[in-house]
Design a protein around this ligand. Structure first.
Ligand code: SF4
Length: 345
């Protein structure tokens, strides 16, 4: 019988574990300490639990950490790790060093349901939600774990479509009994799921990044099918009406497509719809994917677009493209080959 994994459980869940198997309540905090503050790989190493307690615990439970199965390294230092997850599916995770920062970009689903037409993960379809264990194992089992300073939920999948597991992972990352990270080191990205945004804003203190890509309804529908049911106007209303504290950042991701969403009309409309929201825009260069009709604008157009938005009072930056040569950059993550059923190989 497969043992249940302890790594990825919240303190409340560990308390439930200790109750279920008849361990004293204080053992839950000790187990959390071993899981999230010390670098153990097995229950046997939890040496402040008695031998008997360790035996009872390991009858049904294991720590549940596992190393990536492959790594690709970019000429710019970015790395892309391949992890095996649910039912023999695979996901990718990016490691992005940048001077004194090192950011991990984690996946929350194998594939994605959202179908954004500029994204390789979207083309892959959906294979399943990751558990909290599978989300956090990308972080803990990355060889660069100790050097990580920031975390973005911008890998494969839509984080708010797997909200419970994402919220539990954020609780473990930011709680005193967990990793004790400041929420300001963590950004969660979304296409704008109405049902999830409010709950995310209420239950977490981490930064929010919304994929915007066009301020116009028709155009955004073509790029991001989610606009048909969860409009950006509704998303902005939720953000506008939520009291966001000064520590917390709301940003909008804007992939710039040549001749499509890079015009003065777009600048004017962006300024109009974002009016009253304290936010920033991150411009991302479009990274070519097979079958897509789009192109990246030249650097001059990109800089002009950025400056025009800044002139309108919206703090705008151009995000550097990292890991393009290993398909680790924005929109390029895909495990479609690895996730094919064995019959198709
Ligand atoms: S951009 Fe994000 S939400 Fe859209 S298909 Fe890709 S992974 Fe899914």
């Amino acid at each position: 019988m497969q043992k249940e994994k302890l790594y990825g459980k919240t303190l409340n869940e560990l308390i439930a574990v200790t109750r279920r198997i008849g361990l004293p309540g204080f053992a839950a905090k000790q187990i959390a300490d071993w899981l999230y503050k010390k670098e153990i790989q097995s229950v046997e190493e939890m040496t402040n639990l008695s031998k008997k307690m360790r035996e009872i615990l390991s009858n049904d439970y294991e720590v549940g950490l596992y190393a990536p199965v492959n790594v690709s390294e970019s000429s710019d230092g970015t790395k892309k790790y391949l992890y095996k997850v649910l039912n023999n599916k695979y996901i990718e995770t990016a490691y992005i060093p940048d001077n004194d920062r090192a950011t991990i970009c984690v996946s929350t689903q194998a594939g994605c349901k959202m179908g954004c037409i500029f994204c390789m993960t979207g083309k892959q379809g959906f294979q399943g939600n990751l558990t909290t264990n599978e989300i956090l194992n990308q972080f803990r089992s990355m060889p660069e774990f100790k050097s990580l300073t920031n975390m973005v939920y911008m890998g494969m999948g839509e984080p708010l479509d797997n909200l419970n597991e994402v919220l539990k992972s954020l609780e473990i990352l930011t709680s005193d009994w967990g990793y004790g990270w400041s929420p300001t080191r963590i950004t969660v990205s979304t296409v704008g799921l109405i049902a999830g945004i409010k709950e995310f804003l209420e239950k977490s203190r981490c930064h929010l990044a919304v994929s915007l890509h066009s301020p116009f309804d028709e155009e955004r529908r073509k790029l991001m099918p989610i606009q048909r049911t969860n409009t950006i106007e509704e998303v902005l209303d939720i953000i506008r009406n939520f009291e966001i504290n000064s520590q917390r950042r709301v940003s909008f991701e804007y992939i710039l497509f040549k001749g499509l969403n890079d015009t003065p009309l777009h600048i004017k409309e962006l300024a109009r719809i974002l009016n009253g929201i304290k936010c920033r825009i991150n411009i991302i260069r479009f990274h070519q994917i097979p079958g897509a009709q789009f192109q990246s604008p030249d650097l001059g157009t990109t800089i002009n677009f950025k400056e025009a938005l800044n002139a309108k009072g919206i703090l705008t930056t151009i995000r550097a493209s990292r890991g393009v040569d290993i398909q680790a950059a924005c929109g390029l993550l895909s495990t479609i080959e690895q996730n094919k059923p064995a019959m198709e190989c």
